[in-house]
Design a protein around this ligand. Structure first.
Ligand code: UDP
Ligand code: MG
Length: 232
């Protein structure tokens, strides 16, 4: 049976990260592991993660231990993903951020594609994008599927794809150069598509929340995400 390795990056979102973890626990597909890489969050987040991991052996916790004075030196979520890679035991790999959620059939539907098609290396789903202001949903839309593609950059999100773990043997991990703070997923996609196509799933697999305390919004306001501790 195909095993899914999910890498969840965490930083100072005690509420969000619990919701993200719960969305993995609620998957209808049973064979998975969740590697949480916490990027030296505040005590509240760290304690909560330690507590959750202690009660579920499918969850593993890695602490990056990054010092705040070093946080600007790399694109942190890419660095955290790279820390997880040597610990993965699954056949396929997928990613989640701590303010977003998966829908329950995501793993099941994606795994089905890998099982039926030994030559497919990457699968992606449709994503619901929700804009949030002051805790309220103000707008939502569906990112459209773009078919079988070698051009997912900017069109497929970090939280919407899954690839075979063996891809790392060919292309290595994520590029964490700090110039990629707001688009390291697209930089990783660029490496993947040199070898494989992205294959669509015609169901909505995850929900991405756009809010003023996310990296994208902060950078648009000329705020430096590595200086801003207010993330939730
Ligand atoms: N992140 C991190 N270290 C940091 C800042 C952020 O690991 O110093 C992680 C964060 O936990 C999240 C991911 O980077 O999993 C993306 O952050 P965010 O959701 O704020 O970005 P956006 O949704 O705007 O792209
Ligand atoms: Mg986010």
């Amino acid at each position: 049976m195909i095993k899914v390795s999910c890498i969840l990056t965490s930083y100072n979102r005690p509420r969000g990260v619990q919701e993200a973890i719960n969305s993995v626990k609620k998957q209808t597909y049973p064979h998975w592991e969740l590697i949480i890489v916490d990027d030296n969050s505040n005590a509240k987040t760290k304690q909560m993660l330690q507590h959750l991991v202690a009660s579920d052996e499918r969850l593993k916790l890695i602490q990056s231990g990054v010092k705040d004075e070093d946080r600007y030196k790399t694109t942190r979520y890419a660095t955290c993903i790279n820390l997880a890679i040597p610990h993965l035991t699954g056949d396929v790999v997928t990613y989640l951020t701590d303010d977003d959620i998966y829908y329950p059939n995501r793993f099941k539907q994606m795994v089905k594609v890998f099982q039926k098609n030994p030559n497919i290396h990457i699968v992606y789903g449709k994503q619901k994008v929700v804009h949030i202001r002051n805790g309220l949903k103000v707008r939502e839309f569906l990112r459209p599927s773009i078919g079988v593609t070698k051009h997912p950059m900017g069109k497929v999100d970090h939280n919407s794809f899954m690839h075979r773990r063996s891809c790392f043997n060919t292309i290595g991990g994520w590029d964490d150069n700090p110039q990629y703070w707001n688009h390291a997923d697209a930089v990783f996609f660029r490496k993947l598509v040199q070898h494989w196509e992205f294959h669509p799933l015609h169901i909505v697999t995850d929900e991405h929340r756009i809010h003023p305390k996310g990296i994208q919004s902060k950078m648009r306001q000329n705020k430096k995400p590595w200086m801003e501790k207010d993330t939730e």
